[in-house]
Design a protein around this ligand. Structure first.
Ligand code: GRF
Length: 212
């Protein structure tokens, strides 16, 4: 069974969804860069080892990433999962875990990389928004896409209501993506593309607004 390390910075609801999904893997540890991350208590309550590596204790990104990698490797992680981890990682770190480092982002990438995705989607008036699980590459929020979920944007949406709708789907697609990786059913090929031996078809089309 593959060994998984999850990196968080805060609430940890995606981490919780992964812990509760009964995935065919061993979640070896949850690591946070913030000692006050709510998700640490959730992980402990699930009997998962936790660690804190505070970015404030390091002079620069490279030394923080080196310390983080040392702890991750101490848990012999096969796959590293970013779940609301709010630090930009160095190219060296990303390359060390190439093909086994994944992230979830609250938009339909490549639209809206970065922060404040729901506010920006509402400002632009898009009618469909969503979330993406992707392999991490050195370009922020731009790696090869494993799975996406789309949700309608409703007329009276606020960033909060839209975020809640997207988050529900995050909690569905992240466990699915990790399950595929754990079972070697999805992988990053030698051309840097997502490959899969699965035969499933896409879900139903989403029209937003719907037709009358
Ligand atoms: C999620 O919206 C995730 O997509 C983004 O940060 C948020 C983390 O939420 N990367 P949580 O800590 O998993 O609850």
């Amino acid at each position: 069974m593959k060994r998984i390390v999850i990196l968080i910075s805060g609430r940890g609801s995606n981490m919780q969804a992964l812990l509760e999904a009964k995935l065919p893997c061993e979640i070896a540890a949850v690591i946070s860069n913030r000692a006050d991350a709510q998700g640490l208590a959730t992980a402990s309550a699930h009997g998962i080892a936790t660690a804190v590596v505070s970015h404030k204790d390091y002079a620069d990104r490279a030394s923080f990433d080196a310390a983080l990698a040392k702890i991750i490797d101490g848990y012999a992680a096969d796959i590293v999962v970013l779940a609301g981890f709010m630090r930009i990682l160095t190219d060296g770190f990303v390359e060390r875990y190439a093909g086994r480092l994944i992230n979830i982002h609250p938009s339909l990438l490549p639209a809206y990389p970065g922060i404040d995705t729901h506010e920006r989607a509402l400002q632009d008036g898009v009618k469909i928004h969503g979330c993406t699980v992707h392999f991490v590459t050195p370009t922020l929020d731009h790696g090869p896409i494993i799975i996406q979920a789309a949700v309608p944007v409703l007329r009276d949406d606020t960033p909060q209501s839209l975020s809640a709708r997207v988050l529900c789907e995050e909690h569905r697609i992240y466990p699915q993506a990790l399950r595929w990786l754990c079972l070697n059913q999805v992988w990053l090929d030698e051309h840097g593309r997502v490959a899969s031996d699965r035969l499933e078809q896409p879900g139903a089309p989403l029209l937003s607004p719907g037709l009358e």
